[in-house]
Design a protein around this ligand. Structure first.
Ligand SMILES: [Zn+2]
Length: 118
């Protein structure tokens, strides 16, 4: 084990670029569809598109030196968590707050949904 060191963003940048490459490779049909996937397929594509956006956001934060910090409170993120989820942008406390805010827009809880979409 070593003493705490500054975040080696190069490690995460490589990881993120690899993930970006994987996600964009799926776009040109290099992966053959196994029969008809229907809604499962489009749900997966939707999720991957979302993830790609997250990955690119994270890469942008690396470029600006923001990577590895909570976007809400600026606290340094847990390194172990970053290794699991390189695109994470909030620490645990702020993530809960963020999710709660997003749940406002969640149609499943839309008893009184706001009259606009985001
Ligand atoms: Zn925070």
């Amino acid at each position: 084990m070593s003493s705490p060191s500054p975040l080696d963003v190069a490690f995460f940048e490589r990881k993120l670029r690899q993930r970006e490459a994987e996600l964009t490779a799926g776009d040109d049909g290099s992966r053959p569809d196994e029969g008809r996937v229907g809604d499962f397929g489009s749900a997966r594509i939707e999720r991957e598109r979302h993830e790609l956006q997250d990955v690119r956001d994270a890469l942008a934060r690396i470029a600006t030196g923001e990577y590895g910090k909570c976007l809400r409170c600026g606290r340094l993120l847990d390194r172990a968590r970053l290794e699991l989820f390189p695109t994470v942008r909030f620490d645990m406390g702020c993530m809960e707050l963020d999710e709660r805010e997003h749940n406002i827009h969640n149609p499943y809880r839309g008893a009184d949904r706001p009259g606009r979409s985001c």
